[in-house]
Ligand binder design. Structure first.
Ligand SMILES: Cc1cc2nc3c(=O)[nH]c(=O)nc-3n(C[C@H](O)[C@H](O)[C@H](O)COP(=O)(O)OP(=O)(O)OC[C@H]3O[C@@H](n4cnc5c(N)ncnc54)[C@H](O)[C@@H]3O)c2cc1C
Length: 387
């Protein structure tokens, strides 16, 4: 018998997260951050002080000590209220799993407690202008010079790039044949106040405009030898493991966005009248709502099953995580599309919340592996299975 119920404690966390988001993610703030691409620093700090973003970080470093499931619950609830503010509030620790898994005690003790209190913000930088899905084809280099690594390169689309205190940056420490390029990559902890580090905020994003995204340039940035994270040459493997773990989190974000959009659609169709009746009374609209609600339920079940398997086994199931991410992302995009359609012309105007949901949803099909890359992972697993 499969039990998909949440514990009482998990329901308490869900309630607390929902109450926080409903109180703090005001429509006024959401519109301001969306229109002006403003990073909501005060809100991010308040959220950190209440422990929401560090809910899954071990207690010894100042976190909540809960699991990835509680982290997914917070993400789902926040995203259902406002996806842009949700992602700004919950990513100040983006990449922390790599630090927790492979960082030195000194690196962890210096940074993780500050991340938990909201006194520090981090990021994780791999993507480059010419290397995204093919993550091992980066050009950024790190060369050892005495007791220091010297980094040179450019990173693209880095979440928190212009607000972070430090970033985990991938760089090649050796030149290998193309087929072995995965073995050349290492992670470095780069404090953003080091000479040669420059972040340029990227404006004009389609959605999640409250979240900071930047291009990073590294020009002869020197970090001590001790800033290498984990072992030299293992960066690609750390990154793949990180994505297998965190894809369920993006899937939870997508489920939250879909749920929030469905709620906006239901509220609207009940009060909007056409041809003398509420538009909710048209059977086409009812059928579409039924289809969307069913798909959201399926995406939600798959997402938490992927999360639960990860927790039970102590390691992710890459196929399930990828299935959850592409499917939930697609359901979020489809739900937002129909929810906006039901708003008619009003949905096209950014005063209506559905407008932002529609634009925010798309990112769930792009970052942390595009939906095509997720499907490649699923297909690779299926083709190697014995039926
Ligand atoms: C808002 C935002 C925040 C981000 N935050 C971060 C961050 O914090 N850190 C970071 O490192 N990166 C970050 N990214 C980058 C993101 O992870 C990449 O954009 C993504 O992985 C895709 O890479 P790309 O943009 O280079 O697209 P490409 O890899 O060039 O892909 C272009 C298209 O080709 C398809 N494609 C590529 N290869 C294949 C294939 N083998 N088979 C089929 N189709 C394929 C893709 O699916 C896509 O549709 C962020 C991006 C955005 C937009």
């Amino acid at each position: 018998m499969v039990d998909f119920t949440f514990t009482e404690e998990q329901e308490d966390i869900r309630r607390a997260a929902r109450e926080f988001a409903e109180k703090e993610f005001t429509q006024e703030l959401a519109i301001e951050c969306d229109r002006e691409e403003k990073y909501p620093r005060e809100l991010v700090k308040k959220c950190a002080e209440l422990g929401f973003h560090a809910v899954a970080i071990p207690e010894e470093y100042g976190g909540g000590g809960y699991s990835s499931i509680e982290q997914m619950i917070v993400m789902e609830e926040f995203s259902a209220v406002n996806p842009g503010l949700a992602i700004a509030c919950l990513t100040p620790i983006f990449g922390v799993e790599i630090l927790l898994g492979y960082g030195s005690e000194e690196q962890k003790e210096t940074w993780i407690p500050k991340l938990c209190t909201g006194d520090a913000i981090m990021g994780m930088a791999n993507t480059e202008p010419d290397a995204g899905s093919d993550a091992a084809s980066i050009k950024t280099k790190a060369v050892l010079d005495g007791d220091e690594w010297v980094l040179n390169g450019t990173k693209q689309f880095i979440t928190n790039g212009s607000v972070a205190d430090f970033i985990l940056v991938t760089a090649k420490t050796k030149e290998l044949e193309w087929k072995d390029r995965h073995k050349a990559m290492s992670y470095f902890l780069v404090e953003t106040d080091r000479p040669g580090f420059k972040a340029t905020k990227i404006t004009g994003k389609l959605g999640i405009r409250a979240s900071d995204t930047a291009e990073i340039s590294l020009k002869d940035v020197r970090v001590p030898k001790s800033n290498l994270v984990g072992e030299e040459g293992k960066g690609f493997y750390y990154m793949m493991e990180f994505f297998d773990r965190t894809r369920v989190w993006v899937a939870a974000q997508a489920v939250g966005i879909a749920r929030g959009a469905l709620k906006l659609a239901v509220d609207y169709v009940k009060q909007r009248k056409a041809f003398g009746v509420p538009i909710a009374s048209f059977q086409f609209i009812q059928f579409k709502l039924a289809e969307l609600a069913t798909k959201i339920e399926a995406a939600r079940t798959l997402t938490y099953r992927a999360g639960a398997v990860q927790l039970e086994r102590g390691k992710p199931d890459p196929m399930l995580s990828s299935m959850a991410k592409w499917y939930a992302g697609e359901v979020a995009v489809e739900t937002c599309d129909w929810a906006l359609q039901f708003h008619g012309g009003y949905g096209y105007i950014d005063e209506y919340a559905i407008n932002e949901f529609y634009r925010d949803a798309k990112i769930t099909e792009i970052y942390e592996g595009t939906k095509e890359i997720e499907k490649l992972i699923v297909a690779r697993n299926i083709l190697s299975m014995k039926f």
